[in-house]
Design a protein. Structure first.
Length: 363
């Protein structure tokens, strides 16, 4: 495939995926499509923005006209679809934004792919042949579509969907659409569902980067409820490598769970983060624990997520490269080394980067 469109490529996970594809496929054109909403930050890709195989297109997946222009210009052979509204708290206050982007936006991409690609009707109902693909719609999703677990058990690829928030419901709907287009039209697709990501370039509204930022500024570390909500954590660079491997090696029509093979209660995670931060900052042990602040729980908060990524490990040999403690240490080091990035994000200055870099762009 010579032209690969990656949606949401200026976001947290998307920027790492773009980098993985650009660096590993110099002969393929990698198109980064992003609307540059609040979490999109082109500064995440400064190191590869001048690579000859990299192209940025500012477009919104909810705008069919903008999308069509990108398809007409680049004729992508494949799509890696990450563009999404992704914060549960925001979905509770503005569910329609999530429905519009995550459901309607995905439908727009599917419809254009169906229009621009030549689909084989013999491939309906999951009858995808084991041959080299000419096209692929790779949909990146979340473990939150499965709902909430009790104290035991893990999400499998066969776990029934049971979304609990407007965010997870919108992602579940988009997953169903992708599979339906495969079943009905023979759209070649793959879906992966990941656990909570963390790592460099993480927008500081999420737990780990928020706590790093707040420790640096002496602000409270907000913990929902009793702090016992449990999540599996996946280092974002490991996730990007998994997506890249699945894209090229997995069979068409497959679904894979991608997880870090670890789970942490929120309060234990924050205490581990405090331990590492205080050590790296030269503070006395436990110095920042006084910043822990328990706050009112959010509506419909899922108790526990835990992914079983055994299928991905068995089929393709993928495994996470770091333990959570190691990945957290790498993440803290990145934020401490890149405090200018964090300050630009917190101040909103990062949104000026597009204007400074692309003002004279005729795309």
């Amino acid at each position: 495939m010579n032209s690969i469109l990656i949606t949401g490529g200026a976001g947290f996970i998307g920027s790492h995926v773009v980098r993985e594809f650009v660096k590993n496929h110099p002969d393929a054109k990698i198109i980064n499509l992003d609307a540059l909403t609040y979490a999109g930050n082109l500064a995440n890709l400064k190191d590869i923005e001048n690579e000859p195989n990299y192209v940025f297109e500012k477009a919104d997946i909810t705008n069919v006209g903008e999308l069509r222009k990108v398809f007409e210009k680049h004729h992508p052979d494949a799509i890696v679809h990450l563009a999404a509204e992704s914060h549960v708290d925001r979905s509770i206050t503005d569910p329609n934004a999530f429905i519009n982007t995550n459901v309607n936006g995905t439908a727009n991409l599917l419809n254009l792919a169906r229009e621009f690609w030549t689909l084989n009707p013999d491939h309906q109902h999951g009858n995808f042949p084991e041959e080299n693909r000419k096209n692929l719609f790779y949909h990146v999703s979340t473990d939150e579509v499965y709902g909430s677990l009790g104290d035991t058990g893990f999400f499998l690829e066969t776990t029934a969907y049971d979304p609990k928030s407007p965010y997870s419901a919108s992602k579940a709907a988009s997953d169903h659409l992708v599979r339906a287009y495969g079943n009905t039209y023979g759209m070649p697709f793959i879906i992966s569902n990941c656990s909570n990501n963390y790592g460099p370039n993480h927008f500081p509204e999420k737990l780990i980067p928020l706590c790093i930022s707040n420790i640096l500024t002496g602000k409270p570390l907000p913990i929902y409820g009793n702090g016992k909500y449990t999540r599996d954590w996946l280092y974002v660079i490991d996730h990007a490598k998994a997506i890249h491997q699945i894209f090229f090696e997995a069979k068409t029509g497959e679904t894979y769970n991608i997880g870090g093979f670890n789970e942490w209660k929120n309060i234990d995670l924050v205490k581990e983060l405090i331990k590492q931060m205080d050590e790296k900052l030269g503070n006395p042990a436990g110095h920042s624990e006084k910043l822990i602040t328990y706050v009112k729980d959010r509506p419909g908060h899922d108790l526990r997520y835990a992914i079983d990524a055994t299928k991905l490990s068995d089929d393709l040999g993928w495994k996470p490269s770091v333990t959570f403690e190691e990945g957290l240490g790498k993440t803290i080091d990145w934020f401490l080394t890149n405090q200018d990035w964090l300050e630009n994000v917190n101040s909103g200055d990062y949104q000026k980067y597009y204007a400074s870099q692309y003002t004279n762009d005729t795309n």
